[in-house]
Write a protein of this length. Structure first.
Length: 329
């Protein structure tokens, strides 16, 4: 059941992707903003109230709807899985920027690539050298693939195993969106916000993402250079302040054999601010601390795409085997 739901959702998402700034995204922003206005009185404990309401209420609503539909019909349960996964899982929710940047590099138009990166990440990329430009494109594309595909995938499977259908997928995406929204609101828009709320949202998402991040890194190791990916995971993850992101990026760098990490970029990146300043290991090594490997070139963009797709195939095969074993058992 879970295998077919994921497969159908991915196929539909490839054929009919959600447009940029789609209605779901706008409703999410409106919901999280409404919760913040009505439940945040500025005190420290209100941060957890806002986070709990904004994340848990949609997840519980989806859980209730799924249970009711699944009791009526197996097909209705499958349809609910596919519908929610279509809204929460998929490459096309972020890949348009990555694809446009790749095409700009193919044309030799680095200025356009910088403009697209600036639009994607809300930073000033005009002074980025080519290597740094490529690095930020790769790092943010890898993190986006994890947040939009692998993290949703793993939490969907966990929710399905508990009989809750797509509840896990909604929980993960709402937690990730909340962490991004409050950082963006406070840093990029300079809007008044409870400082504690931003910290709580990032802390809660870090806990939710702990296991999925390591499973994603392990998948990269299996489909890439396993030994170097595991070594990079153990040795270089501390180059990034956020432990989960560091595990993913260090493993991916080792799997493909390229340099990631390094100097902080100019400008502001509230969506992924952790990629623009070094972690404890980077601080000890200096601002230029990075993973071993060859410097990034435009051709490596295709290598990273291949790494992600091979990892998707790996996890889908494992899910298919689990589904088959469940049916035969």
């Amino acid at each position: 059941m879970s295998f077919f739901a994921v497969l159908i959702a991915l196929l539909i998402e490839q054929l009919k992707p959600l447009p940029r700034d789609n209605w779901v995204h706008e409703r999410l922003k409106g919901w999280v903003a409404w919760v913040g206005r009505n439940f945040d009185a500025g005190r420290e404990h209100h941060a957890w109230v806002v986070w709990s309401v904004s994340v848990a209420v949609p997840a519980l609503a989806v859980a209730l709807a799924y249970v009711l539909l699944a009791r009526q019909s197996l097909l209705l349960g499958l349809a609910a899985d596919v519908a929610v996964l279509y809204l929460t899982l998929g490459f096309r929710q972020f890949s348009h920027y990555f694809s446009d940047i790749r095409q700009a590099f193919d044309r030799g138009d680095e200025d356009e690539a910088r403009r697209l990166l600036a639009e994607w990440l809300h930073l000033d990329a005009r002074d980025l050298p080519r290597t740094e430009l490529l690095r930020h494109v790769v790092e943010h594309a890898l993190l986006a693939a994890h947040h939009h595909v692998f993290g949703v995938f793993f939490w969907f499977i966990a929710g399905s195993a508990l009989g809750l259908g797509p509840t896990g997928a909604v929980l993960y995406r709402m937690a990730e969106f909340g962490a991004r929204y409050w950082a963006y609101r406070q840093l990029a828009l300079d809007a008044p916000a409870n400082d504690r709320l931003r910290a709580v949202a990032q802390q809660a998402f870090g806990r939710i993402d702990h296991l999925p991040a390591r499973l994603t890194a392990f998948g990269f190791a299996v489909v890439g250079n396993f030994e170097e990916a595991i070594n990079g995971w153990r040795r270089d993850a501390a180059l990034w302040p956020q432990a989960n992101d560091g595990v993913i990026l260090a493993a991916a760098a080792g799997a493909v054999g390229v340099q990631l990490g390094g100097e902080a970029a100019p400008g502001l990146s509230p969506d992924r601010s952790q990629s623009f300043s070094g972690g404890p290991q980077a601080a000890a090594a200096g601002s230029a601390g990075s993973t071993p490997g060859v410097p990034l070139q435009p051709a490596h963009l295709q290598s990273l795409v291949g790494l992600v797709w091979r990892s998707v195939v790996l996890w889908m095969l494992l899910l298919a085997l689990l589904t088959l074993a469940n049916v035969l058992g």
